[in-house]
Each structure stands twice: as C-alpha cells, then as structure tokens.
Ligand binder design. Structure first.
Ligand code: TMP
Length: 209
C-alpha cells in the first residue's frame, strides 16, 4: 500500500532540478514530513553502479537498446528497494528524474519507440507512478550553458548536441500536455526563490489529498 507521496523532478540538464529538489526537501522537513531525496539512474548502491555504467562507461559503443534497459534495470532496483518501502512507511519521496526521463531521452532524444519503452516501464514499476511530476522548463539555449559550466567532463548523455536536447524538451512538454494533472510545467527562469515558490504552490495541491 502506498501512503506517502511520490514527487519527481524532470527537465533538461541545467534547469536547476537538484537545487529545487533541495529547496522542497527543506520546506517539507520544516513542515515535519519524513523526506527521502533520491535520484535516477541510481538511488541505491546497486542502482548507482548501474548509473556509472550507463552514464560513464565508454569502453565500447552502447546500443540504444542497452542504454534503455540499463535505465530500467536501475529503476527496478530503486523502485523495489528504496521508493516502495519509503512510501509504505509514509515518507515523501523526492526523486530527481524517473520514467518521464526515459520517454524524453531514450524516446525523444534517441528515437526509441514508445512501444519498446512501455512494457519495460510496466515490468520495472509494477504500477507505481509519481503522484506529481514537476517539469522544470526553460529554453535549451538557456539551460545547456549552465550544465556545461558546472561539469568538467560531460557524461555520455551530457555531451549530446543542442538538437538532441531540443527533442528531449519537446517530448517532456508533450508528456505534460497529455497528463496535465500529474505533470506540472514550472517556469524555471528567474531566481531560486521565485522558482521554489512556484514548486511549492504545485506541491500544495498534494497536501490536501
Ligand atoms: P542527472 O543526474 O544530471 O540528471 O543525469 C542523469 C542523466 O541520465 C541525464 O543526462 C538524463 C539521463 N537519463 C536518461 O537518459 N534516461 C533516464 O531514464 C534517466 C532517469 C536519466
């Protein structure tokens, strides 16, 4: 049984997801909630090892199918071993990326068909879906320089072209349009406090549920 709340943060690199996740974590902790902050791919020791493989292993070419399945392998581990138990004891789980990222990056970015993604999502998640997804959005041309300035060496995905990230953003916005009650588009331009206030306003709709 799920009794906590499952909130995911999405968006292209450099939109400020991690900063906003930490802001929301602080606000929820101050309100007396148990909060579990985590990320994908990763979030448990085994899933973090899969993360290292999928993002950093350049020993040979990685077919799109392998990248897709590694994302879901990490997700299955993370969902069963960390997310479900946390929700079951009533925690609020804040997760930096989840399955919307797979549709955006492997689907929109790499061109993998939804028909390949859907059965893996069913297998890995066994019906678990975020209660709320916060899609932090700014134009790619504004976000990418921020992402590139903060990391010395880009991982396998960060090094992609602007066109790739335009496709990722377009797919995210498409998913938000299809599921407007779950996926809220947050204008991520402006200072940290202004964006945090927008995030909090979206999250307050969950408090009363
Ligand atoms: P991040 O921790 O900086 O967000 O990096 C994670 C990277 O992994 C980012 O480039 C997006 C990518 N990713 C996918 O391609 N598919 C997925 O399903 C997930 C969760 C992440």
């Amino acid at each position: 049984m799920t009794v906590g709340r499952f909130i995911t943060f999405e968006g292209v690199e450099g939109v400020g997801k991690s900063t906003q996740l930490a802001q929301l974590q602080g606000a929820l902790l101050a309100a007396g909630r148990e909060v579990v902050a985590t990320r994908e791919p990763g979030g448990t020791p085994l899933a973090e090892r899969i993360r290292a493989l999928v993002l950093h292993d350049r020993s040979e070419p990685m077919p799109d199918a392998a990248e897709l399945m590694l994302m879901f392998a990490a997700r299955a581990v993370h969902t069963e071993n960390l997310i479900r138990p946390a929700l079951a004891r009533g925690a609020w789980v804040l997760c930096d990326r989840y399955t919307d990222a797979t549709y955006a990056y492997q689907g929109g970015g790499r061109g993998v068909a939804d028909e390949a993604i859907e059965p893996l999502a069913r297998l890995a998640q066994r019906g678990l879906m975020p209660d709320l997804t916060l899609l932090l959005d700014v134009p790619v041309a504004a976000a990418l320089p921020r992402a590139r300035a903060r990391t010395a060496a880009a991982d396998r995905i960060e090094g992609e072209t602007q066109l790739f990230f335009e496709r990722v953003r377009a797919r995210y916005l498409q998913r938000a349009a299809l599921e407007p009650s779950r996926v809220r588009v947050i204008d991520a331009s402006g200072d940290v406090a202004a964006v945090a206030a927008r995030v909090l306003a979206a999250v307050q709709t969950l408090e009363s549920r």
